[in-house]
Design a protein around this ligand. Structure first.
Ligand SMILES: [Zn+2]
Length: 276
């Protein structure tokens, strides 16, 4: 299995278009600090997929050599998209893929149901097919636009950790998670690589920086300080992704990078290639 990290930012990206916080301003002044929306390209025996369809998806495909089209004039190696949830930052890129002839979307029943309006919009352009993904539920948080969706047996599938496998290689990818269930513990212990959410450094960060009246946990995001010790004990390679622009880690000089380095945990970077 080959992975390429296509983006490592939470919703809005770094910089976010309407934000002049220190993290976003720093990324404007230093283009090397820019982070696109969190996404992952995956190449396996089963073909090439992108995990989550972000607002940056067209640029992200161009940035990944093995996702570029060819040799035919309209021949793309991209077989489909695998979704961890139905949040707009992870799904709006589906509309950007409307030039495709066919597209497979792997998602839970809850996510598929929420994306009904997307499917309606795309139907006149391309043939969408749906399939299940190999997932572990990690939050019941719904997107705001689906707040009124009826409760159903599929409600457990609103936010998932994905298990990606190819032969003996296994990767766990969870860019957002509100809880760490025992099932995820077992899956991470058996994985060669674990890439999970690093939206916020600590629980109070959203309140301290003034972006929310809620803590990170109340917003449905386990902060890094709540998961880093656990990651340090895992046998596989562990990386954080989905950094919010308030996260001190968006500054390469931040002390927090040393804390993670001492634990042997990495921060994913846009463009990073991981071969397993
Ligand atoms: Zn900002």
């Amino acid at each position: 299995m080959r992975l390429q990290v296509l983006g490592t930012a939470a919703g809005g990206g770094v910089p976010q278009w309407n934000c002049a916080c220190p993290g976003c301003s720093g990324a404007r002044a230093h283009p090397g600090r820019r982070r696109r929306h969190a996404s992952l390209a995956v190449q396996t025996d089963d073909g090439c997929h992108v995990v989550n369809a972000t607002p940056d998806i067209a640029d992200q495909i161009e940035a990944c050599a093995w996702l570029r089209p060819g040799p035919g004039p309209r021949q793309s190696p991209l077989k489909g998209v695998i979704l961890t949830d139905a949040e707009l930052d992870h799904t709006i890129g589906l509309l950007r893929l409307r030039e495709a002839d066919t597209l497979e979307v792997r998602a839970t029943p809850a996510v598929r149901q929420a994306l009904g309006p997307f499917a309606d919009l795309l139907r006149p352009y391309l043939q969408l097919s749906w399939a299940d993904a190999d997932t572990i539920p990690v939050s019941g948080k719904r997107p705001r636009y689906a707040a009124d969706a009826p409760e159903s047996a599929s409600s457990a599938g609103w936010v998932s950790a994905l298990r990606l496998t190819d032969g003996a290689a296994t990767v766990i990818y969870a860019p957002a998670m509100g809880v760490w269930p025992d099932e995820l513990d077992a899956a991470c212990a058996a994985a060669d690589c674990v890439i999970i959410e690093g939206t916020f450094w600590d629980d109070d960060e959203p309140r301290r920086t003034g972006i929310s009246a809620k803590t990170a946990t109340q917003m449905g995001h386990l902060p890094i300080t709540a998961t880093m010790e656990r990651l340090s004990r895992l046998p596989g390679r562990c990386l954080y992704t989905h950094l919010n622009n308030t996260n001190p880690l968006v500054d390469p000089a931040a002390e927090q990078h040393k804390v993670l380095a001492e634990l042997g945990v990495e921060v994913a970077a846009d463009g990073m290639v991981i071969d397993l």
